[in-house]
Design a binder for this molecule. Structure first.
Ligand code: CP
Ligand code: NVA
Length: 308
């Protein structure tokens, strides 16, 4: 059966570990794996802007012996004139996999339901699972085993990044704490799924409105933009509401002394994070950005060769 990667809990704890092991291997020997030799093409579709995702998928697909086909929805039939499922039926006759950055998660589900090739979520309003593979790879490189580590996410608890941290962190057996204003809490269904997953992995989920409490003793501190793509009109309200959630030097001092700081980027220095933190010694953002390449290559190898 075709496997897809639409949300972080589409893979088990063991499968997540296998993909991260594979990511470390492809990082160590960059051109060793060629599952796309031919070259076979992978369609990479964007409804929203991107730098890291576009570059890392294009480079990664080429590294794997394939050919990336970057499509902007603005000048394709998808996104108005043609449904995700009809688009998938057309693409599957010609490409090895479909990678899609979009708005509604339901579009990805329709795309996946209609096709025999793997569909990968390259960011939706609800989740950013490829980013989480890169984040977990980065954390593993710096901290070793993931299970048992405590990660604190601050800011927009309803964002794709916060919700992916809940699901991917729980899958990894981590203790995930999210501090967000009540108005910006993660969806109840996502929290329930994260709690259920954590119960099987030894992880835990804790939600609060208190950044100090979330960060106290944490191994990893994470934030993301307060104004995700598609939310630009809410900027003034969001900046006013999230003011107390900025990751500052004082806040980082509450975490473990060797705590890491992660941010998926792009960042707004002086809003969700102080420049001294994101550009300081605890920040691993450039490793994190590079690891998009290795993690996504591993995901594609796994989806194309191993997933049963
Ligand atoms: N982190 C991330 O997904 O960046 P881009 O929006 O540049 O792809
Ligand atoms: N939460 C951000 C992530 C950008 C990579 C957004 O959706 O805009």
């Amino acid at each position: 059966m075709t496997r897809h990667f639409l949300r972080d809990d589409d893979i088990s704890q063991g499968e997540q570990g296998d993909i991260l092991d594979l990511a470390a291997a492809v990082k160590a020997d960059r051109w060793a794996r060629k599952p796309l030799a031919g070259p076979r093409t992978v369609a990479v579709i964007f409804d929203k802007s991107s730098t890291r995702t576009r570059v890392s998928f294009a480079v990664g697909i080429a590294d794997l012996g394939g050919s990336p086909l970057i499509i902007s929805t603005a000048n394709s039939q998808l996104g108005g004139k043609e449904s995700p499922s009809d688009t998938a039926r057309v693409l599957e006759r010609q490409v090895a996999a479909i990678v899609w950055r979009t708005y509604a998660q339901s579009g990805l589900e329709q795309m996946a339901a209609g096709t025999t090739v793997p569909v990968v979520n390259a960011l939706s309003d609800d989740f950013h699972p490829c980013q989480l593979l890169a984040d977990l790879l980065t954390i593993r490189e710096h901290k070793g085993a993931l299970a048992g580590l405590t990660v604190a996410f601050l800011g927009d608890g309803a964002s794709n990044m916060a919700q992916s941290y809940l699901l991917a962190g729980a899958t990894a057996g981590m203790h995930v704490r999210v501090a967000a204003p009540e108005e910006f809490s993660a969806a109840d269904g996502v929290v329930a799924d994260a709690v259920a997953r954590a119960a099987t992995t030894g992880g835990s989920i804790s939600l609060s409105t208190d950044p100090d409490e979330a960060v106290a003793g944490a191994d990893i501190v994470v934030t993301d933009t307060w104004v995700s793509m598609g939310k630009e009109e809410e900027k003034a309200h969001r900046v006013a509401t999230f003011g107390g959630y900025q990751v500052t030097t004082e806040l980082m001092a509450l975490a473990k002394p060797d705590a890491l700081f992660l941010h998926c980027l792009p960042a707004d220095r002086g809003y969700e994070v102080a420049a001294e933190v994101i550009d300081g010694p605890q920040s691993v953002i450039w490793d994190e950005a590079e690891n998009r390449l290795h993690a996504q290559k591993a995901l594609l190898v796994w989806l194309l060769e191993r997933a049963g």
